[in-house]
Design a protein around this ligand. Structure first.
Ligand code: NAD
Length: 443
């Protein structure tokens, strides 16, 4: 089938590539000319495991093309995805300017019937707005071309996006018109062979499903951080508590890790946007407000532990930071907890030697050159001349360091573990002081 995708970010590029991989004829369009030129020359703008060879193979096979020419791209597809960004507005609502700009472009260029599909995460009611914008543009041209607007929210996880896209848990399709649902079912048929993954529903329910999923996941994290903060105060270890509750199948083990707070481009903005949507409809979403507030506080927790250890004086200290990305297997640093930690460390007069396996370029882009930041090539290099180590992202390679070597290297012999990767007793046996999240001890 012929598919057009607006946006070649994490969602658009991965979706386009996976659709091409199963044989569809895909054109991806972006307004970022440098990105498009790079993609046409085999330069992949993001790090995502498995993506690069797949883009190159499908591009070479002619099934995956990149362009800035929106009019040509719209001619191509009878399914047109909108996968552009929906960043937070000033008040935290989702800013729809990119989505509606694409809708206008579609209305100005549509020349034959198509199903327009919102894949971006958009507030309930957005499909109606997209429909109205396209209809107005068509009317202005005196055209009466049949089109429908459907919702197909994306659930891929950065760091495992290709896998999620090729083997989705579910494919949510929201459309009022049965023909649109059928068209999308045909498009996704290659991903739906072993068992039924398609969940079809009305448009508004599909739009809300995406927010409900992210809000639930963010709630689990903030809940565990709340428990961790209580555990610290009452002399309990949250890691024992985690195992104790996860063994209940009604609760389960996934997504109940305490830590230095959630980040990324989705949870923070989606929780906020859903909370604003509720408010616009006269409802105060108290759970969502609390989820956001707990997370905002949690991002400062590692720094607070450091300040306590150093009795309020971090000036002149050098801190090795392992992990800058908001989670492992990505270079994405949007809303990452590391950014809060670094800002607080610099404010307190400390210097940072940071290492992340993938986010170094992104960190350089964000922070520029500064005297109090050295972006290192290896985890070991980050430790050289450091007083303390802070672990912020749970990359696999940070899981089993040689604690004796750390003891010999770190001048102040102390580790702040923002992801509870280590066993306190094991670390302490090597002569290091250890601070984790929610790891109170009974006396
Ligand atoms: P992104 O910022 O990585 O990419 C967006 C792309 O859209 C950019 O390349 C930008 O240049 C392009 N763009 C903007 N305006 C355009 C236009 N008029 N025409 C063509 N291209 C245009 O964003 P992303 O992370 O891929 O997210 C896209 C949407 O998907 C958001 O709504 C996000 O909430 C949602 N989402 C993201 C993830 C994720 O893990 N990143 C997961 C699920 C859903």
């Amino acid at each position: 089938m012929r598919v057009t995708i607006f946006g070649t970010g994490y969602v658009g590029l991965v979706t386009g590539t996976c659709l091409a991989e199963v044989g569809h004829d895909v054109v991806c369009v972006d307004i970022d000319a440098a990105k498009v030129e790079g993609l046409n020359n085999g330069i992949i703008p993001i790090y995502e495991p498995g993506l690069e060879p797949m883009v190159k193979a499908n591009h070479a096979a002619g099934r995956l093309n990149f362009t800035t020419d929106a009019a040509r791209a719209i001619q191509h597809g009878n399914t047109i995805f909108i996968a552009v960004g929906t960043p937070p507005d000033e008040d935290g609502s989702a800013d729809l300017k990119y989505v509606l700009a694409v809708a206008r472009t579609i209305g100005q260029n549509l020349s034959r019937p198509a199903v327009i599909v919102d894949k971006s995460t958009v507030p309930v009611g957005t499909a109606d707005k997209v429909r109205a914008v396209i209809a107005a543009e068509l009317a202005a041209r005196g055209e009466n071309i049949e089109f429908d607007v459907a919702s197909n929210p994306e659930f891929l996880k950065e760091g495992d996006a290709v896998n999620d896209c090729m083997r989705p848990d579910r494919i949510v399709i929201g459309a009022g018109n049965p023909a649109s649902i059928e068209q999308l079912k045909r498009l996704y048929a290659p991903f739906n062979r072993n068992h039924e993954r398609i969940v079809a529903m009305d448009v508004r329910s599909a739009e809300l499903t995406k927010y409900a999923a992210n809000a639930m996941l963010a709630t689990k994290i903030s809940f565990m951080n709340e428990m961790a903060n209580i555990a610290e105060r009452v002399g309990a270890d949250i890691e024992h508590v985690r195992h104790g509750i996860g063994s209940d199948p009604r609760i389960g083990y996934s997504f109940i890790y305490p830590g230095a707070g959630y980040g990324g481009s989705c949870f923070p903005k989606d929780v906020q946007a859903l909370e604003r949507t509720a408010r616009q409809h006269g409802y105060v979403a108290q759970i969502l407000e609390a989820v956001e507030a707990v997370n905002g506080r949690q991002k400062h927790r590692l720094f607070e532990l450091m300040m306590d250890h150093y009795e309020g004086d971090l000036a002149g200290k050098t801190v090795a930071v392992w992990g800058l990305a908001f989670k492992p297997n990505t270079d994405d640093m949007r809303e990452a907890s590391s950014r809060t930690l670094l800002a607080r460390l610099w404010e307190a007069g400390a210097r940072v030697r940071a290492y992340d396996p993938e986010a170094r370029d992104e960190a350089r882009r964000i922070f520029g050159e500064r005297d109090d930041l050295l972006l290192c090539d290896t985890a070991r290099q980050a430790l050289e001349g450091a007083h303390a180590l802070a672990v912020v992202t749970e990359w696999k390679q940070f899981r089993s360091p040689d604690f004796n070597r750390l003891e010999a290297t770190l001048a102040d012999k102390v580790i702040f573990d923002g992801r509870n990767l280590y066993e306190p007793h094991e670390v302490e046996q090597s002569g290091l002081a250890y601070y984790g999240i929610g790891r109170g001890r009974s006396v």
